[in-house]
Design a protein around this ligand. Structure first.
Ligand code: AMP
Ligand code: GLY
Length: 425
């Protein structure tokens, strides 16, 4: 099979590495890729906004499967465009990607199909006064979310009215999230522990990969600003077998059925971010693609043929048995640039990447190459991941932290408490 993978982050390095191990693979291209993906396939530098050039590439290279990693090209309709030209694509249609692109779409869907989530109300930017009156009579804390895509930063948790009014002003008046903040969703605050569930689906059937937990805040003990994700581990012990079947039956199944019923069948990877509350698991958010950095810990734990799974989803007939998980633990610690998620500098040389340890995978995310050196080129630079073939999160955590000590670049920052929550249970 000739495969084109779209994207350039740590998630795509993880996807590329896993796809490269398939016996079905003939040739793997990554567009645009990064120095990490170059180790397992051929990087192709085509700007993702030129869909006609991507289509021409697929024709020239006789691509059998396109796998779209990030949300933006899915939301822009790249999948539909390539499918309409006859190519097989892993990833949802533009219409189905609304489940991530518009929080209000996801909330209305959940309400209509009785899928557990926080109560909510929405306002448009021309309803500022109504939103203020609502905030005045609300209970705190509450959560204000920009409706559109905001790279994981469009969610503001407000502890009192003053904070909420300030957040509202930022979204509606200062337009800090641009058009993504023209509509907002105000939500009840949910208490509990979070987990991520990745369901691979053909629109009807689905299979859930091992659970994981992300660490969204920049600081230890979940303090400071939200980021794209500072580390992850899998499986997440908070997701017991009983909880997983509740999530499958009360969240994934009705969501897929609802999407189909609305005329937007969802195929690809449905990411459910869930809050395990005292009452039941409730949806925090849906994403229309693999999580980052969750993918970096989930994929190495899978046995079987991952490419076969992806192809069967794209082909509309899911092969649930293509992969399975029996045991193993993985922990990923993200090395970030000083200053992230705000402004940071790029271009610093990274050393220590040649670590030779079968249990360690160093995923590259925000990296580039210059003068035969690997340099920093983003906020989240690396995902240093330990993978054990037995269940031992404690040991995996220790191994990941031992490995990251060997890696250096100027201003390197990482959280010291990845997976601590799992060990304290
Ligand atoms: P989201 O982008 O919707 O996943 O939100 C980012 C993060 O904000 C989540 O991972 C949660 O930690 C937090 N969050 C979002 N919505 C809620 C909520 N209703 N209650 C509590 N925390 C929330
Ligand atoms: N790790 C969170 C996300 O991928 O959105």
């Amino acid at each position: 099979m000739r495969v084109l993978l779209i994207g350039s982050g740590g998630r795509e390095h993880a996807l590329a590495l896993k796809i490269s191990k398939s016996s079905l693979l003939d040739k793997l291209f990554i567009m645009p890729g990064n120095p990490g993906t170059k180790q397992v396939g051929e990087n192709i530098k085509i700007n993702l906004s030129y869909s006609d050039k991507i289509l021409q590439f697929c024709k020239d290279e006789k691509i059998d499967l396109v796998v779209i990693g990030p949300e933006q090209p899915l939301v822009d309709g790249l999948g539909d465009y390539l499918r309409s030209a006859g190519f097989k694509v892993f990833g949802p249609s533009q219409k189905a990607a609304q489940i991530e692109a518009h929080k209000s779409f996801a909330k209305h869907l959940m309400k209509k199909y009785n899928i557990p989530t926080a109560d909510f109300i929405e306002f448009n930017s021309d309803e500022y006064e109504n939103a203020v009156s609502y905030l005045k009579k609300s209970k705190y804390p509450l959560v204000i979310k920009a409706d559109g895509l905001a790279a994981g930063k469009g969610v503001l948790i407000c502890n009192n009215y003053d904070e909420a009014e300030k957040s509202l002003k930022e979204m509606f008046m200062d337009k800090v999230f641009g058009t993504s903040g023209e509509k907002i969703v105000i939500e009840e605050f949910m208490e509990g522990e979070e987990a991520s569930i990745l369901a691979i689906t053909d629109g009807t059937d689905f299979t859930c990969l091992p659970s994981s937990q992300d660490h969204k805040r920049i600081g230890d003990n979940d303090t400071g600003k939200n980021t794209g994700g500072m580390g992850a581990y899998s499986p997440a012990p908070v997701v017991t077998n009983d909880l997983l079947s509740q999530i499958e039956n009360k969240i994934i199944k009705p969501t897929l059925a609802g999407m189909k019923n609305e005329g937007y069948p969802f195929s690809g990877c449905l990411y459910a971010g869930v809050m395990i509350t005292k009452e039941e698991p409730k949806v925090v958010e849906f994403n229309c693609r693999f999580g980052d950095p969750e993918t970096q810990v989930v994929l190495p734990l899978l046995k079987g043929d991952f490419l076969k799974l992806l192809y069967s989803s794209a082909n509309g007939k899911l092969d649930k048995n293509a992969v399975h998980y029996s045991e193993g633990s993985a922990v990923c610690v993200v090395a970030a640039s000083k200053g992230y998620p705000d402004l940071y500098q790029k271009g610093f040389e990274i050393t220590g990447l040649d670590l030779n340890d079968k249990k360690i995978i160093i995923y590259q995310a925000g990296t580039d190459e210059a003068d035969e050196k690997i340099i920093t080129n983003g906020g989240r630079v690396l995902g240093v991941t330990a993978v054990l073939n037995k269940n031992n999160l404690k040991e995996a955590r220790e191994k990941a932290y031992e490995a990251i000590k060997e890696i250096h670049f100027e201003g390197m920052y990482y959280r010291k408490d990845i997976a601590v929550k799992a060990l304290n249970r």
